[in-house]
Design a binder for this molecule. Structure first.
Ligand code: GTR
Length: 328
């Protein structure tokens, strides 16, 4: 159905008022999420689905498929881009390879902390990133938190870049991450999230990197007992929708869907902060050996060539990198 026909249908159902709530939705969307029940993102996306139905008087319904049941994240990103799926809660890591502006968040240590990331996303930087994603068919409705990613492994605590030398480290599919591990002298192994547990367990990889909640929820802490607080990446996530689907909505429904996503993000961020603490306590109580890295400068220094590689491929994005670096 083209967008004009959709608008006509939407107009009619809006005129029918409350009666539509009992009827089947005019649009039935499917959404992808990689996380299990109870995870902040899963709860956030359930809230999003509930609010979408509520705010559109049932004209739009969203069914969420959690735990990555609809496929790996890179595949799901493609599915949403082509419209085979309508919605996804994506990490910007695997989006970077298709949207260079979005890849800026995958530069190690680009954000000073999570608050800095929020300030960037709420300003010009966030707009530039979202515009770059929209050009690739993904409209950002809201940003979710995903904390900071740190290294964990099966061998030993990591305190300096030299400790990563020779280690086989799983990364998400993105050349910037492979470059980052290579700069530390390690061997990067790009791999789907679902495969990491077995790979750590059987020694296919020695380590990986993630935030506390994912380290805990996946059970990776059971098989890789050293967690070292490098916090080298702070990557936001999006509630994303296929651009054609979004553009076909009436202005009223676009606003409703956006408001639903933003409200769900308020909840997700609050749950995220709570879960980060709870996951950290849980894995430490389970025997994980955890170390802080008070001096991160050697890691920042070692990873600098990743910036050079990114800017060599995308010289036009230098102002965006500088904008982020100069945002207080
Ligand atoms: C998690 C993130 C997932 C996925 C995963 C991974 O922190 O929420 O979307 O990107 O990391 O490492 O693959």
């Amino acid at each position: 159905m083209n967008s004009i026909t959709w608008r006509a249908v939407l107009g009619l159902t809006a005129a029918a008022g409350m009666a539509v709530t009992a009827a089947a939705a005019d649009m039935e969307w499917r959404g992808w999420n990689i996380h299990p029940d109870g995870y902040p993102n899963t709860v956030g996306m359930a809230k999003f689905a509930e609010l979408v139905a509520e705010k559109t008087d049932g004209r739009i319904s969203l069914e969420m498929y959690n735990s990555g049941t609809l496929g790996s994240q890179p595949d799901a990103i493609e599915q949403v881009r082509i419209g085979a799926l309508e919605v996804g809660n994506f990490n910007l890591g695997p989006i970077g390879p298709i949207a260079p502006a979005a890849n800026v968040v995958s530069l190690p240590f680009i954000f000073k902390d999570e608050d800095h990331m929020h300030r960037v996303l709420d300003g010009e930087g966030g707009k530039a990133i979202a515009d770059g994603m929209a050009e690739q068919g993904l409209v950002v409705l809201a940003w979710y938190d995903a904390g900071a990613r740190s290294f964990y492994n099966t061998k030993k605590p990591i305190a300096t870049p030299a400790d990563v030398e020779g280690m086989k480290v799983r990364v998400m599919n993105n050349d910037l991450y492979s470059g980052m591990i290579e700069q530390l002298g390690g061997n990067p192994s790009p791999m789907a999230f679902a495969e990491v547990y077995q790979s750590l367990k059987t020694g296919v990889v020695d380590g990986a990197e993630n935030n506390w909640p994912s380290y805990e929820s996946t059970g990776h802490f059971e098989v890789a007992g050293y967690y070292s607080l490098s916090e080298h990446l702070i990557i936001p996530e999006c509630v994303c929708i296929n651009a054609d689907v979004y553009n076909s909505l009436s202005e009223e429904d676009q606003a409703a869907v956006r408001a639903a996503a933003e409200e769900s993000a308020v909840l997700q961020r609050q749950l995220w902060a709570e879960r980060s603490e709870a996951s950290k306590e849980k894995v430490i109580a389970a025997g994980v050996e955890f170390n802080e890295i008070p001096d991160k400068a050697p890691f920042q220094e070692a990873m600098k060539p990743v910036y050079d590689a990114y800017l060599a491929g995308n010289p036009d994005l230098k102002p965006l990198v500088e904008l982020i670096q100069n945002t207080d």
